[in-house]
Design a protein around this ligand. Structure first.
Ligand SMILES: [Zn+2]
Length: 351
């Protein structure tokens, strides 16, 4: 029996989930040597060649082909309802997969449509539901924290002291975690990047007393490992990374490191970051719809990167996440959009 294998994971969820939920009812393929015909029974697989123990499902469903149509890319490149049937959010997302229609518009494709399922392996739908639930939760959580452009402007206008500037802009322009901001020294900056080290000696109160760090795998908190007292380490292994400097972060650190060597001279510990930010919040609370917390500012940075077409993988690297799913949910939520075309980190100040 002929088979069709799927592997795509656009923003609405992986294709196997979308097929089972009947959101995706067609696929666009390059013409086959032995073309499928209407009435053929086919097996739909999820990543057919990947070993079964390395993926959530193998056989997605068995079904009958109801339509096979030869089309040119330009005929469907700008069609939103077509894009939805194919599993994409809209035609913009579809074009990211198929390329610029100006260039590739005359490529040949076959649109294959299927009818209701003849067979779905037991348990598949349950796994799909669980997957979607986890995805919705992750999106809700992400969205909860992140300030919108108007709020960013309000918060920045409320900055009154150098310490406040350091706490707000220091996270907003770099995506730092609190601990990273506090432990930053002048020598982290080199060759156009901020290099977060994997460990440094530190005798601050928190590093002397915090003896554990969390270890996560695939987004699951798996254990706490012991870290030596008197050493600072990023929260996760992936936290040691290079963050590209932008015009704003360069300006901020030029200003600060002119008279200082370490952030700790002005902001002694992670709690002081928190309380400084909370003090600002107390002055403008009635103008904000989101809670003002350090992680919300970090989220703004991530959302801006997502908007300007940073791939999930790059985003994961820059943010120091050890889980690609976090990056994928940011990309799904915040971008890339046509509106954000040409947007830069610098537009923080002008949003
Ligand atoms: Zn420390």
């Amino acid at each position: 029996m002929p088979a069709i294998s799927f592997s795509g994971e656009p923003s609405r969820g992986p294709f196997w989930v979308q097929i089972l939920k009947k959101w995706k009812s067609q696929t666009v393929r390059s013409p086959r040597v032995r073309p499928l015909k209407v009435g053929d029974k086919v097996l739909l697989y999820w990543k057919q060649r990947v070993p079964k123990d390395k993926k959530p499902v193998h056989l997605i469903a068995k079904t009958t082909i109801t339509q096979v149509k030869l089309v040119l890319y330009k005929e469907f490149a700008c069609n939103d309802s077509f894009a939805k049937k194919d599993g994409f959010k809209d035609h913009v997302e579809l074009q990211e997969w198929f390329g610029d229609p100006e260039t590739y518009g005359n490529e040949n494709y076959v649109v294959i449509t299927w009818s209701k399922f003849l067979l779905v392996p037991v348990g598949n739908l349950k796994i799909a539901e669980r997957y979607l639930k986890a995805m919705r939760k992750r999106r809700a959580r992400t969205k909860d924290n992140v300030l919108d452009g108007k709020e960013v402007r309000i918060v920045r206008a409320a900055i009154e002291t150098p310490r406040e500037r350091l706490c707000i802009d220091g996270i907003l322009f770099t995506g730092f975690r609190r601990g990273e901001l506090v432990h930053m020294t002048e020598d982290w900056i080199s060759r156009g990047k901020i290099h977060v080290p994997s460990e440094i000696p530190c005798d601050c109160w928190e590093c002397r007393n915090t003896l554990y760090r969390t270890v996560k795998r695939n987004g699951k908190h798996i254990k706490e490992v012991k870290k030596p007292a008197g050493v600072w380490m990023p929260k996760t292994e992936a936290g040691a990374r290079g963050i590209p400097l932008n015009v704003l972060s360069r300006e901020l650190f030029d200003w600060y490191f002119k008279d200082h060597h370490a952030i700790r001279e002005l902001v002694p510990c992670t709690r002081s970051v928190y309380y400084t930010i909370k003090t600002i919040e107390s002055r403008i609370k009635d103008q904000l719809t989101h809670e003002l917390i350090p992680h919300g500012l970090r989220g703004v940075y991530a959302s801006r990167l997502a908007e300007k077409k940073t791939s999930p993988y790059k985003l994961m690297e820059i943010m120091g996440w050890d889980d690609i799913k976090t990056a994928m949910s940011y990309v799904a939520l915040f971008g890339p959009s046509e509106k954000a075309e040409g947007l830069t980190i610098e537009s923080f100040v002008n949003v």
